[in-house]
Write a protein that binds this ligand. Sequence first.
Ligand code: PGH
Length: 251
Amino acid sequence: MARKFFVGGNFKMNGTKESIKSIIENLNKASLDPNVEVVIAPPALYLQLARDTVDKASGVEVAAQNVYHKPNGAYTGEISVAQLKDSDIHWTILGHSERRTLLGETDELVASKTKAAVEGGVSVIWCCGESLEEREAGNTVAVVERQLAALAAKLSAADWKKIVIAYEPIWAIGTGKVATVQQAQEVHEAIRKWLRTQFGDAVADETRILYGGSVNGKNCKDLAKEKDIDGFLVGGASLKPEFVDIINSNQ
Ligand SMILES: O=C(COP(=O)(O)O)NO
């Protein structure tokens, strides 16, 4: 079956009301490939603004960049799955390497958050990827499989329908050093093989696997041609007009 191409924009901790409104208004006016699923993730403070600014006809969805795994209560600073749903937000990014490295989010915590989101009806862009040291030591696939295993331990086969995987080598994020087409395809192929072994053909063939890490308007087309690259999770370039080119890169 053909997997619908998917492009996420991770705004990270960037933007103001004005700049985010302007980015979304440009997206509303742009001619976007109708065969691409587009999700943008502004900072939590601007989720409602983004939700209210997106032209519903564009089909663009709004995502949080994180969510907590407990239903509600004394978790200062956190946002719950139910609160995202209450705000008409149906997606979240989880397990981004910046949260794993800077905030100490473990494979286990990310897995618990992902299970809670899926159970609460929020779809997840689940992030994985290795450090430069891990790649140079030849441990890339082992690291990604370790992250996947922690997630898989909590998921049923049906849960994968609400999950998109984003492979984001840490050494390519924000560095301008995009993975080569071969490097990216190799890891995507290994992830799909692992899914097939653990969950069977349907999950392996239907789960989108995105690449993230210095994707831009120039390198996106070659990456998009690869059979196991089903789209992108874009950081810096999602804040720029070239984000439209990345969305349309599979045409
Ligand atoms: O972290 C990233 C990628 O960021 P860049 O595109 O800026 O490398 N996506 O979640």
